[in-house]
Design a protein around this ligand. Structure first.
Ligand SMILES: NC(=O)c1ccc[n+]([C@@H]2O[C@H](COP(=O)([O-])OP(=O)(O)OC[C@H]3O[C@@H](n4cnc5c(N)ncnc54)[C@H](O)[C@@H]3O)[C@@H](O)[C@H]2O)c1
Length: 255
C-alpha cells in the first residue's frame, strides 16, 4: 500500500533542500503536485536538485540561501511566491551538527553558529513565510527539531539547545496563528540515514549498530519516512493538528 497526497495547485518551500530529508521532502511535495521552492546554502547541489524535479516535469525553483541571513531568507520566500503565486506549505529543515564536545570546553563561536543555523534560521524562515500566509489566511509550516529537542545527550548541549528552542518557537507561533488558519508543527526525527549521519559514522562520532539498537524499530530511519510525516502534517488530514512536536524516531523517545 502506498500513501499519496494531493498538493496540486499548491506551493511548498523547503530549506536544506539539496540533501537528506530536505531533498526527500522536496521530491515528495513535487511528486504530489506541488510547485516547490528549494532553498539551500550549497548552490551546485540545490541547482541540481531543482533541475532533477523540472526534468521530471514538476515546477521547481532553486534558491541559493544561507538561512542565517534574514535578507536572503526573505528574498528566497518572496521569489517562491512571485514565481508560483502563493505559499501553502513549508519545511524549515536546514541544520548542522557540530562535533561533540565536553560542555566545559565548548567553543563560543561553535555554539553561536549552531544556534544561527538551527534556531535563528528557522525563526527567519517561519517569519517570512508567515507574512505571506497571514495575508492568505491559510498555510501549514513544519519546523525540523530532533529527538534532540525532546531529550539530552552527552557532548551535544549546543545542538540539543537549538533543537529544544525550535519546539518553543513552534508552540508559541502555533498558538498565535491557529486562529488565523495557519498550522505550525515541529517534527522530531530520530537517527535518519542521511549524509549528516554518514558523516558522523565516518568520523567515529556515532556507532551505527548502537544507534540501531537504541530504538524499538531496529534500524535507522529513511529520509522518505520523514518526508511522509511532513506531507501529512501539511495536508488536510492533519487539519486539527497544531503546536505538536512529532517524534518520528523508531521509538527512541518512548524509552
Ligand atoms: N539525520 C538525522 O539523524 C537527524 C536527526 C534529527 C534531526 N535532524 C535534523 O534534520 C535536518 C536535516 O538533516 P539531514 O540529516 O537531512 O542533513 P544533511 O546534512 O543531509 O542536509 C542538511 C542540508 O542543510 C543545508 N544547510 C546547512 N547549513 C545551511 C544554511 N546555513 N543555510 C541553508 N542551508 C543549509 C545543507 O547544505 C544540506 O543540504 C537538520 O536540521 C538536522 O539537524 C537530522
Amino acid at each position: 500500500m502506498s500513501v499519496t497526497y494531493d498538493f496540486r495547485g499548491k506551493t511548498a518551500f523547503v530549506t536544506g533542500a539539496s540533501s537528506g530529508m530536505g531533498l526527500a521532502t522536496a521530491r515528495a511535495f513535487a511528486a504530489s503536485g506541488a510547485a516547490v521552492g528549494l532553498a539551500d546554502i550549497d548552490a551546485g547541489a540545490v541547482e541540481a536538485a531543482a533541475q532533477e524535479l523540472t526534468d521530471a516535469g514538476h515546477q521547481a525553483l532553486a534558491l541559493v540561501c544561507d538561512v542565517t541571513d534574514e535578507d536572503q531568507v526573505a528574498a528566497a520566500v518572496d521569489r517562491t511566491v512571485q514565481a508560483f503565486g502563493r505559499l501553502d506549505a513549508a519545511f524549515n529543515n536546514a541544520g548542522i551538527m557540530p562535533p561533540p564536545t565536553d560542555a566545559a570546553d565548548e567553543n563560543a563561536d561553535q555554539f553561536d553558529r549552531v544556534q544561527a543555523v538551527n534556531l535563528r534560521g528557522i525563526w527567519a524562515s517561519m517569519k517570512h513565510q508567515l507574512r505571506h500566509m497571514r495575508a492568505q489566511g491559510s498555510g501549514a509550516i513544519v519546523n525540523c527539531s530532533s529527538l534532540g529537542g525532546l531529550v539530552g545527550n552527552p557532548g551535544r548541549a549546543a545542538y540539543h539547545a537549538s533543537k529544544h528552542g525550535v519546539i518553543g518557537l513552534t508552540k508559541s507561533a502555533a498558538l498565535e496563528y491557529g486562529p488565523r488558519g495557519i498550522r505550525i508543527n515541529a517534527i522530531c526525527p530520530g537517527t535518519i540515514h542521511t549524509p549528516m549521519v554518514d558523516t558522523m559514522i565516518a568520523a567515529g562520532e556515532l556507532d551505527r549498530g548502537q544507534a540501531e539498537k537504541g530504538q524499538a524499530i531496529d534500524r535507522l530511519g529513511t529520509p522518505e519516512e520523514i518526508a511522509q510525516a511532513v506531507l501529512w502534517l501539511c495536508s488536510p488530514g492533519a487539519g486539527y493538528v497544531t503546536g505538536i512536536a512529532l517524534p518520528v524516531d523508531g521509538g527512541y523517545t518512548a524509552q
